[in-house]
Design a protein around this ligand. Structure first.
Ligand code: VAH
Length: 321
């Protein structure tokens, strides 16, 4: 459990997950308890929101100095290269995803940090894993460098727990849908882009086939689940690689139809590109029974509620832009 004095570092705080996790952590523990960091220089927006540090997670010495100077006791390490971008530059993706995590684990060990969070992904599963309700122990033969880096990272997390007692916890996020920050380089990002185009232009060309069904989760649920995992008693955590988590599973056509209930004028066409092969290698739905048993995970958003919330919030953002 969290000690009274918290000093939390979020690495990758300007990304899709990091943006919302930073807001949620500050709301829960206080703005000054959470230092946001990313590879980009500080700007007016980041500085106004709270403490910010420019950090390249590949620079272990800089990370260690920041941890020491700010007396960091918790790290949420979210910086990563996602699936589609990773396939464009495999060795860069491996280096950032793997060395970045190892730097965090080593600094956490040396500085005796209290807890670490690191996101894995359902991308650890490959074509030979069960397509429907893929279980926690489904076979993991990923087809992408992103998935390879995530399954290797899971093993490193378990190693640091078993060998050094480091309390590192992880979730295999499905595709995440959110409105606060644009996703970058993911295969599931069509499910975010379609909302923006439904509001901006009324037409969207989807880079996946209409019957492509993938496991998804609304960001509100993902953030709540992450905080619940991190506050669960250590004795209830039976998985020290990474927990399967899911909330939704829908095809591109099903999502389009749900949006068209609110935006009937939306025109969607389908033109699969290289990301289709990545999507086809993943399960269509995930069994997260172990997370539900161990720490009471339960999603709140179905496709209908998610669609309403996305259109409402994105509509406001565009109206006030
Ligand atoms: C991606 N959004 O598309 C990420 C996610 C399951 C997919 O890990 O790469």
């Amino acid at each position: 459990m969290y000690s009274n004095k918290k000093s939390i570092l979020v690495i990758g705080a300007l990304g899709q997950i990091g943006t919302e996790l930073t807001i949620a952590l500050r709301a829960k523990y206080g703005v000054d308890a959470v230092i946001a960091s990313d590879r980009h220089p500080a700007n007016e927006k980041t500085t106004e929101a709270g403490p910010y540090a420019q950090l390249n997670v590949l620079d272990k010495a800089a990370l260690q100095t920041l941890v020491q100077e700010k007396s960091i006791t918790y790290i949420y390490h979210l910086a990563a290269v996602l699936s589609a971008t990773g396939e464009q530059n495999p060795l860069m993706a491996w280096d950032i995803n793997m060395q970045g995590l190892l730097n965090v684990l080593e600094v956490a060990r040396e500085e005796k940090l209290e807890q670490i969070f690191w996101p894995s992904s359902i991308a650890v599963f490959g074509p030979d894993a069960p397509k429907v309700d893929c279980p926690q122990d489904g076979v993991t033969n990923p087809s992408t460098v992103y998935g390879i880096s995530k399954i290797a990272g899971e093993q490193w997390c378990r190693y640091y727990f078993e060998k050094y007692g480091l309390d590192v916890r992880s979730i295999r996020y499905p595709g995440l849908i959110s409105y606060s920050a644009p996703p970058g380089g993911g295969t599931t990002d069509y499910a975010v882009a379609i909302f923006h185009e439904a509001i901006k232009t009324g037409s969207y060309e989807c880079f996946l086939a209409e019957d492509t069904r993938l496991p998804m989760l609304y960001m509100d649920d993902a953030i709540r689940g992450t905080l619940e995992l991190m506050e669960a008693p250590a004795e209830s955590i039976s998985i020290r690689t990474s927990y399967n988590l899911s909330g939704l599973s829908f095809s591109a056509a099903e999502l389009a139809a749900e949006i068209q209930k609110h935006k009937p004028e939306l025109q969607v066409t389908y033109k699969p590109d290289s990301r289709q092969a990545i999507a086809d290698s993943w399960p269509q739905s995930i069994d997260d029974a172990v997370a539900r048993k161990d720490w009471g995970w339960k999603p709140k958003f179905d496709v209908g509620l998610m669609t309403e919330d996305m259109l409402q919030n994105l509509g406001e953002l565009y109206a006030n832009a």
